[in-house]
Design a protein around this ligand. Sequence first.
Ligand code: FE
Length: 206
Amino acid sequence: MNAPVSLVVPGQDIRPLRRFVTGLAAIIDSGAGQAAILEHGGALLGRLVSQGGWLPEEFARPHPERYQQYLLHCDSAERFSVVSFVWGPGQATPIHDHRVWGLVGVLRGAENVQNFRRRPDGTFVQQGETGQLREGEVEAIDPQVGDIHRVANAFADRISISIHVYGANIGAVERATYRDSGEERPFISGYANEVLPNLWNGVIRA
Ligand code: FE
């Protein structure tokens, strides 16, 4: 018989992620609207990404060719999902949208974010300067304001990792990527992993 397998390295403390998940669920359970979810959930995410050591190595692994999205948790009613984005050196997304609210917090390294808006002819124009999100910082994504952007690792010589939270099971959301010409391509991101970290091993104390 095989020995029991745990994705949580002995001594690794997954509890910060568990606290984040239960805290965000409590905010949503309270009936908070999107603005309050982004505000209070953003504060929780800021706390999560200010702590190191909780993300198991399996969900921090880069791929040589493309950025990775590892599902860390999905709410049982798919009201939210938590994903680790692992950026290899220089890796970037295409221009894409989300169609649900989101929160992005940088755990390690930094990422560059360029927002876009559509011209009347359907092509895209950059909106504002490229912003940089650094370790410990959190940014909200609000489809009511505009949720089309391109994100890249800010570093050409090191890995960056950000923790993303979305108002749905984001890997299954039908959304779109875009060419610079504005051409829209249907997109369902999926996830890189089949197995999730165990948040529920042992007793949690506030
Ligand atoms: Fe995005």
